[in-house]
Design a protein around this ligand. Structure first.
Ligand code: M6R
Length: 612
């Protein structure tokens, strides 16, 4: 995830900025850069790679400087290169900008800036338009120029701008991306995250959406969207560096679970046309004809991404009418899959570097089959080698157990299924409208699922679960892939052996293992198979199994059958897996905590499996 640091004061800015960027390295990034106010000019130094690479490019004279901004970039628009790293100059090089977030209308703005006002661009990024817009609107006040620039912008931003016209000043703006001002004595700071500030100050002012800040060594002024000055309270930070890195949470995994409402929204952003509510996947270059004539899709992935693929199969078949086969990449690559004439392979990979997934992708391409990659990492091997890429915008995932990346994979698959379904004339537009409406409601519903009140319900059951060495996850229809992923999560971090079964399979064998107290997590969200699943729950109950049910609000008869119930807000059945996944993640998390396991770095596992 991108990181921002800014400084204006009396100390060596370059040291403060480099140290601040190092404190943000844990968030993941692929390039870094710094802009300094040097003898009446702005000097930008950038490097693809690490902050250490950037440091090695700095000159000795840089230490004279007292004002500057620094950035670590996690590539979104444009590959991770020196040119695309932030800060970005405007044409005259009198303005430099760093930015976290996504400028949705950057293409239209770029075109306007090039054609109407003659600006020339140096990078492929969406951010660079901000630098040119600020230059375009600058008269004699940087804050005014930034206000006018962001008035043209659609999207999310935390941005900091400096100008050689006003050498002591940092001007900041925030919308949907965090920005915190750090208060010092004759010096002030700004950062996207608290760890970058902690070595210097614990006194902060936190910007809200729509707010601007003007920062000099002596003064911090904050303004609302209308330009009215705001008297903001000082927020004193009490966290130590370790909890600050985790946003105050005990583990990265919990932080990442809590980020899911935001990343679900981010993954939908720009992919639903606000004008007509239609899904639009502009980044996919498959022709309408190619999509309309598809005979078959293979989804290939590993681990959690494979489980996302299982759901992808169900929704692509249901909404787009395309037969789909799903395979784990380590098997697929050594099989001789039979490709149809109009075939597509979809590979799913958070890291974009998983060796088996990459090999499967290469094999399909060698056979002349087009590959669409759903991945989270811009510039990853998978993204570079696939024919088409659809990015999940989950941001870097640090915990080994995948949570937010999985959730965004589900969202991406819904978008593909709706898009393909409408293009193929298989999905009626009323049904598509209903699903798009449902998708847009998911971030708010995820917030509800993550409320403290909901979380409290999980603790008691997890205490029980933590005392067992075996558990089951069951569900039918779309609940089944969620059960598979829930079982994997529990295994991975609590080391409890968990198995997922299609609920109807219980009586074909595993029911023999259900005795008093055996933990069974039952997903029961699908109306079409509700009664059937309820009967399966009764079968478990009758043998003394301890059932934790995950179901929709209003399904009160479930509560009569089981020990504990977790209710999800009402949602279209097709989209229920997005909400249902969350309590299963939290069950794994709280159970692992109760067992004292290493949550973020489970034994024997690596975040990215780049070997066979
Ligand atoms: O980076 P990828 O999505 O390709 O990784 C695939 C699996 O290794 C990964 O999902 C793994 O199963 C996770 N640790 C699960 O939490």
């Amino acid at each position: 995830m991108c990181g921002i640091v800014g400084y204006t004061g009396f100390k060596e800015a370059n040291t403060i900025l480099i140290d601040g960027l190092k404190k943000l390295e844990y968030r993941g990034y692929d390039s870094a850069g710094i802009a300094l106010q040097l003898e009446g000019k702005l000097k930008i130094t950038k490097a693809a790679g690490s902050v250490a690479d950037l440091e090695s490019k700095m000159d000795e004279g840089d230490s004279e400087v007292k004002v500057g901004i620094g950035h670590t970039r996690w590539a979104t628009h444009g590959r991770p290169t020196d040119e695309n790293a932030h800060p970005h100059y405007s044409c005259c090089e009198k303005f430099a900008v760093i930015h976290n977030g996504i400028i949705e209308n950057h293409q239209a703005l770029r075109q306007w800036l090039k054609e109407e006002t003659g600006h020339e661009f140096r990078s492929e990024t969406d951010t660079e338009v901000l630098a040119h817009l600020v230059e375009e609107y600058y008269k004699d006040d940087l804050l005014e120029a930034v206000r006018n620039a962001v008035a043209r912008v659609e999207g999310s931003y935390a941005m900091v701008v400096i100008s050689s016209h006003e050498p002591e000043r940092l001007v900041c703006a925030r919308q949907d991306s965090p920005l915190i001002v750090g208060l010092g004595e004759d010096e002030n700071f700004v950062a996207s995250d608290i760890p970058a500030l902690l070595a210097h100050t614990r006194k902060t002012k936190i910007l809200e959406d729509g707010e601007f800040a003007s920062i000099t060594p002596e003064q911090v002024e904050i303004f609302d969207a209308e330009g009215k000055s705001i008297d903001k309270e000082v927020f004193e930070i009490t966290w130590d560096i370790e909890s600050a890195e985790k946003g105050g949470y005990e583990h990265f995994m919990l932080k990442e679970i809590m980020e899911q409402p935001a990343v679900a929204k981010e993954t939908m952003r720009q992919r639903i046309d606000p004008a007509n509510g239609r899904v639009k996947l502009d980044e996919i270059n498959l022709t309408d004809e190619e999509i309309q004539t598809l005979d078959n899709i293979y989804i290939v992935a590993c681990g959690t991404a494979y489980h996302a693929g299982l759901l992808g199969k169900a929704v692509l078949e249901d909404l787009a009418g395309i037969p789909v086969e799903v395979d784990v990449a380590s098997e697929f690559r050594y099989r001789r899959p039979i490709f149809k004439e109009n075939q597509l392979v979809i590979v799913i990979s958070q890291s974009g570097e998983t060796a088996d997934t990459l090999a499967a992708l290469r094999m399909a391409r060698q056979k002349g089959v087009k590959v669409l990659a759903i991945t989270n990492v811009v510039g990853s091997s998978v993204s570079r080698e696939a024919d088409e890429v659809l990015y999940t915008w989950a941001g870097p995932e640090i915990a080994v157990a995948s949570t937010k990346a999985y959730l965004t994979q589900l969202v991406a698959l819904y978008l593909v299924a709706i898009y393909f379904g409408e293009l193929r004339g298989y999905l009626a537009s009323e049904k598509a409208d209903e699903l798009v409406k449902g998708l847009k409601e998911l971030p708010g519903q995820l917030e509800q699922v993550l409320s403290e009140e909901s979380l409290a319900k999980l603790h008691k059951y997890c205490e029980h679960l933590s005392k067992w060495d075996n558990a089951f996850f069951v569900g039918r229809n779309l609940d089944y892939p969620v059960a598979r992923e829930g079982a994997l999560k529990l295994k991975e971090i609590s080391y409890i052996h968990a198995e997922a079964y299609a609920a109807g399979e219980l009586k074909h064998g595993p029911l023999a293992l259900i005795v008093d107290g055996v933990p069974v997590v039952a997903l029961i969200t699908q109306k079409a198979v509700y009664d059937k699943t309820l009967s399966n729950i009764q079968e478990v109950n009758a043998r003394g199994g301890a059932v934790f049910a995950i179901t929709m609000e209003g399904n009160d008869d479930v509560a009569e059958q089981v020990e504990s119930v977790f209710y999800l807000p009402p949602v279209n059945d097709v989209l229920a897996p997005v909400l249902a996944a969350v309590p299963t993640q939290l069950i794994a998390y709280y159970t692992a905590l109760a067992r004292g396991s290493s949550v973020d770095k489970p034994r024997n596992l690596a975040k990215s499996v780049t070997v066979e």
